[in-house]
Write a protein of this length. Structure first.
Length: 143
């Protein structure tokens, strides 16, 4: 997640009930894990309710068959669609859920495995983070 979440960072989350309407694409949210092990995910909203999400041959995200620009991902750029890019995954229909993905796509357990997350499983939107170094200093001062 940009600007790079690390283990131990503290997150300020605005609860879902205080979020007017829907979550916007690109928002970083906290959601209950679909594995039902009591854990939570911190993921980015990629697909919105009613959209189709697919992936082309190199992993680029397609929303309703159009490439999704992802400026928050470093080193990722999109080239114009070529005939080779017509090979794509079977699309997921978000229906009434949100397609959530981690920014570290090679090592992320997300909607690509479990499908779109229903609205009620999203705890809230991440408003800001305190880096783990600053959080550790705050803990030390509190002791």
């Amino acid at each position: 997640m940009s600007p790079g979440l690390r283990h131990g960072d503290l997150l300020h989350v605005i609860p879902r009930l205080w979020t007017p309407g829907r979550f916007e694409r690109g928002a970083v949210v906290v959601a209950m894990s679909p594995v039902e092990d009591g854990s939570f995910w911190v993921k980015r909203v990629i697909g919105l309710p009613g959209e189709f999400v697919a992936f082309d041959y190199d992993g680029a995200v397609l929303i309703d068959d159009a490439p999704l620009p992802e400026p928050y991902r470093s080193g990722t750029s999109y080239e114009p669609v070529t005939p080779r890019e017509q090979q794509r995954s079977t699309p997921w229909l978000c229906d009434d859920g949100y397609f959530l993905m981690g920014d570290n796509r090679d090592d992320s357990n997300d909607s690509r495995r479990y499908g779109p997350a229903p609205f009620h499983t999203i705890v809230g939107r991440v408003w800001f983070r305190w880096p783990s170094r600053r959080a550790a200093l705050l803990r030390e001062r509190a002791q």
